[in-house]
Design a protein around this ligand. Structure first.
Ligand code: ASP
Length: 338
C-alpha cells in the first residue's frame, strides 16, 4: 500500500515537473511600417517585392529560433534584412530630413531583465539596430544620440557608411512633396495631422518581436522617422515604452505610425501594462490601445508576442507590411488591412 502511494506521488511529481517545463511555442512577428497602403496604390510587382522581402526576413528570424538561438538574435537578424532593403524606411531607404539628409533611430529590448539599448539621430551607421544592441550589451547606458552615438559606433567597430548610402529616389520624391506642402503653411504641427501630409510619405519603419525556446521575449524597431523632420526630431521607435518594449511577465511590442502619438500615449508600454496589471490577453490589450489611439488621431500599428507564444498584429490604418511565423507553421505575410 505504502509502495503504491509512493509510486502515485512520484508519478504525480513527474507529471507536474513535466507540465511546468512544457515549453511555449517559439515564434516571431515582423513589420515594415503602417499607413495608407491600399491595393490601388501598389502594382503587383511592388507587392511581390514587399512580400518576398518580408518572407525572407521572417524566415531568417524563425531559423534562428528553430536552431535554438535567442529571440534577441532572431529580431536582430530580421531587422537587419529590412534595414538593408531599400523598400523600407530604415537603414537603406530611410526617409529624408528637411535638410535632405537621413537621421536614423532604433531600439532593442529583452524581456527577462528589461535590458534595453537605443540610438537616435545617427547618420553614418549602416545598421542602427546593431548599434542599439551594442548600447544594451556593451555600454552602461540605454539611449545614445547624435555624435556621441556615432563615436560609440566607431569604437564598437560597426560598419559606417556615408549619409548618401541611405538615398533612394522614391524617398527623395516624397521629400519634395512634403517640402511643397510645408512651404504653404507655417503651422507644421497642424499640417502633419492633415490629409495634406499623408502617413505614406513616411511609411516603412521596421520592427520585430519574438519569443525563443527559453521563453525569452525581445523587441526591436528601426526607422528613418518622418519625412522632412527637423530640429533633431526623435520619434517613438528609440523610446522604450513608446515604440519598443519587452517584458517577460507580459509581452513584447514594436510599433509603427505617427510617433508623436505613440510617445504621448506610451503605446508599447501601455499594451504590456494592461496585460500585466489587468490580466487582459495581449491581443485584446493591443486592440484596445490602437482603437483608443485612433480616437485621438494617432494612426499606425503594432506587432505583439506574449509570454505564452501568442503572435498578433493590430493596426488602425489602412495597411501594414507584416509577417509572422509560429513554431511548426508556415510563414504568413500580409499588407492590407483586410
Ligand atoms: N514611428 C515612426 C516615427 O514616428 C514613423 C513610422 O513608423 O512610420 O518616427
Amino acid at each position: 500500500m505504502k509502495l503504491q502511494l509512493a509510486v502515485v506521488v512520484a508519478l504525480n511529481l513527474l507529471f507536474l515537473s513535466q507540465a511546468k517545463a512544457a515549453p511555449v511555442p517559439f515564434g516571431i512577428v515582423i513589420h515594415g511600417g503602417a499607413g495608407t497602403i491600399s491595393r490601388d496604390s501598389m502594382t503587383p510587382v511592388q507587392q511581390q517585392a514587399y512580400e518576398t522581402t518580408l518572407k525572407h526576413a521572417v524566415d531568417s528570424g524563425y531559423q534562428v529560433l528553430a536552431n535554438g538561438g535567442s529571440s534577441l538574435d532572431a529580431v536582430s537578424a530580421a531587422v537587419v534584412i529590412l534595414e538593408d532593403s531599400p523598400l523600407f524606411n530604415a537603414g537603406k531607404g530611410a526617409v529624408y530630413t528637411y535638410d535632405g539628409k537621413h537621421e536614423l533611430d532604433a531600439a532593442i529590448m529583452r524581456g527577462d531583465n528589461r535590458g534595453a539599448g537605443a540610438v537616435a539621430g545617427v547618420t553614418t551607421v549602416k545598421n542602427p539596430i546593431k548599434l542599439a544592441r551594442a548600447v544594451m550589451e556593451r555600454s552602461e547606458h540605454v539611449l545614445l544620440a547624435g555624435q556621441g552615438a556615432e563615436l560609440f559606433a566607431k569604437e564598437q567597430q560597426l560598419e559606417l557608411v556615408k549619409n548618401n548610402y541611405f538615398d533612394t529616389e522614391f524617398r527623395y520624391q516624397a521629400l519634395q512633396k512634403a517640402l511643397k506642402a510645408l512651404s504653404k503653411t507655417p503651422h507644421q504641427a497642424q499640417l502633419r495631422l492633415s490629409p495634406a501630409f499623408p502617413l505614406e510619405w513616411n511609411v516603412g519603419t521596421v520592427g520585430a518581436v519574438a519569443i525563443d525556446q527559453q521563453g525569452l521575449l525581445a523587441a526591436a524597431t528601426s526607422t528613418g522617422g518622418m519625412t522632412a523632420k527637423r530640429y533633431g526630431r526623435i520619434g517613438d521607435a528609440p523610446l522604450i515604452g513608446a515604440g519598443t518594449f519587452a517584458d517577460n511577465q507580459s509581452c513584447a511590442v514594436s510599433a509603427t505610425g505617427h510617433g508623436e502619438f505613440f510617445i504621448r500615449y506610451q503605446v508599447a508600454g501601455d499594451i504590456c501594462a494592461r496585460v500585466r496589471y489587468q490580466g487582459k490577453s495581449a491581443s485584446v490589450a493591443a486592440d484596445e490601445v490602437m482603437q483608443e489611439l485612433k480616437t485621438v488621431g494617432g494612426l499606425g500599428g503594432v506587432i505583439v508576442v506574449d509570454n505564452k507564444g501568442g503572435l498578433s498584429w493590430h493596426l488602425n490604418s489602412e495597411g501594414m507590411y507584416r509577417a509572422k511565423r509560429q513554431q511548426g507553421k508556415a510563414a504568413e505575410v500580409a499588407i492590407f488591412k483586410d
